[in-house]
Ligand binder design. Structure first.
Ligand SMILES: Cc1ncc(COP(=O)(O)O)c(C=O)c1O
Length: 488
């Protein structure tokens, strides 16, 4: 059934036109609202022409760095191009005008789309049960860990309170573990940047709740011992949780469920071309085995004899983790992306993402050290440490220099196991010409550092309105209001 869904080209879905007050064709507000709630005078909205408005938004859009105006190789973020075609589902009035409080019978179309997306993600992951509720990747991690905790408590395994997290993990992994009430035990990686089986065996024990593994990891490496890793953890009585945010690298080629993973999350915004939400609005669905299914959040979408139902009667569930239906707009876009590409298209996405990353790696390796860089999947991590010792120029200086050359910088100083890290992820949607231009720009900065040292870098970037803000202070003490004189 799902195979068929992913293969098939789009077909018209079953959609209903809901009777929301302001939907096209609905009665005017004065016919359905009590007079006391009607406005006495028109709202004082700013009076601007359409052209002024267009200029305003165009000007604002040019202030943002975006994939549509520059190469954006921000490692770990998979900044791929989101084709406008995937917005088509959102444009349908049947989707756009739905209200989250409408009865289930009036929401059959959206429930059908959500159920199909669940089934497609189950097919892609090899894990049979999916919930779309979590609002982002990190929320998916937290939800999965709460599911695992409930399953352990259900088995009476109260002492299993430790999550094993490799030192190459994404930063959200230990944070989610702590939030879910677990203790974190770090596992050191091998020199080649993968999980050490010896360290893992030593770390596993009767207190192990789960291993939380980012795969492919943040060095852009696939854990090639994954089946043995899962075996070791299972033998110790723990679950294997996979941070599946890097799925873009293996999409359609292998399935976490097939190599032994018990639960995982997806970042729809990193893999299925939906917008990056910066904490929301987004979606971070999770997929689990049959053993963990009873603990998934409520409501579950199920097929009843008369259509789709929201099933709240799940006594072992962890409860709800999100209001209403979750972010259905993002779900509809992921649904459209998967349906448009089909199975072969999704495989091509991964193949191109890996090809682009390896091509760029082969160029960058010539002028910057790449410690784990014999080959990579979706991304690789270079280090500016030797350059720093030689010239005083740091990874941060190279990143700032790239801005003046018209590129968004790569992620810097992450992962923590690589000093002076530059984490580069080109994604599948970039051309060879763009990759060549980026490599050339980065190389010219390295050469400049060798020739002239730190001096030319001090004032960079020079092309932005703000040069080098105190980034830590900006996060800790955000100034969120603007006034003409710059004062609050
Ligand atoms: C590997 C990995 N795990 C988890 C996350 C967290 O996802 P989110 O930012 O949606 O919470 C990210 C985000 O990019 C990631 O790259």
């Amino acid at each position: 059934m799902t195979e068929k869904l992913i293969f098939e080209k789009s077909r018209p879905g079953r959609r209903c036109v809901p009777p929301t007050p302001s939907a096209p064709g609905a009665p005017p507000p004065e016919e359905i609202l009590p007079p006391s709630l009607l406005r006495k005078r028109p709202a004082e909205l700013p009076q601007v022409t359409e052209l002024e408005l267009a200029r305003h938004y165009t000007r604002l859009s040019t202030k943002n760095a975006a994939v549509t105006n520059r190469f954006y190789p921000l490692g770990s973020c998979t900044m791929k191009y989101n084709p406008p075609a995937i917005l088509s589902e959102l444009d349908r009035p049947e989707n756009a005008w739905l209200h989250p409080l409408q009865d289930e019978e009036e929401c059959q179309g959206i429930l059908e789309m959500m159920k199909e997306l669940e089934e497609m993600l189950a097919e892609i992951s090899g894990l049979p049960h999916v919930t779309l509720q979590p609002a982002a990747g990190a929320h998916g991690e937290l939800t999965s860990l709460l599911v695992i905790r409930k399953a352990l408590l259900d088995k009476g395994a109260r002492d299993r309170h430790v999550i094993l997290v490799p030192d190459s993990a994404h930063g959200t992994n230990p944070a989610s573990s702590a939030m879910a009430g677990f203790k974190v035990r770090t596992i050191r990686s091998t020199a080649e940047g993968r999980v050490s089986l010896e360290e893992l065996k030593k770390a596993c024990g009767p207190d192990t709740a789960a291993l939380m593994l980012t795969n492919p990891n943040t060095l852009g490496l696939f854990e090639k011992d994954i089946a043995r890793i899962c075996g070791i953890v299972h033998e110790a009585g723990g679950y294997v949780y996979m941070d599946g945010a890097n799925l873009n690298a293996i999409l359609g080629w292998t399935r976490p469920g097939d190599f032994g993973v018990d639960a995982m999350h997806f970042n729809l915004h990193k893999t299925f071309a939906t917008p990056h939400g910066m904490g929301g609005p987004g979606a971070g669905p999770i997929a689990v085995t049959g053993e963990l299914e009873p603990f998934l959040p409520v409501p579950r979408i199920s097929r009843g004899p008369n259509g789709f139902l929201l099933d709240w009667n799940r006594p072992k569930s962890i409860g709800s983790v999100r209001g209403f239906y979750g972010n259905t707009g993002v779900m509809a876009m992921a649904w459209t992306y998967i349906r448009l590409l089909g199975k072969e298209g999704l495989k091509r996405v991964s193949a191109h993402a890996v090809l682009n990353a390896n091509y760029l790696l082969s160029k960058v390796r010539k002028f910057l050290q790449v410690p784990h860089g014999e080959g990579c999947l979706h991304e690789f991590v270079a280090t500016a440490k030797p350059l720093l010792s030689e010239t005083g120029v740091r990874a941060l200086d190279l990143a700032k220099g790239l801005i003046d050359k018209g590129f968004h910088p790569p992620t810097v100083y992450f992962p923590l196991i690589v000093p002076e890290a530059l984490m580069i992820e080109p994604t599948e949607t970039e051309t060879k010409e763009t990759l060549d231009a980026f490599a050339k720009a980065l190389e010219s900065l390295v050469q400049e550092a060798r020739r002239e040292g730190t001096e030319p870098f001090a004032a960079r970037p020079e092309t932005t309105e703000v040069s080098r803000p105190d980034e830590v202070r900006a996060v800790k003490e955000p100034r969120l209001r603007w006034t003409p004189d710059g004062e609050e």
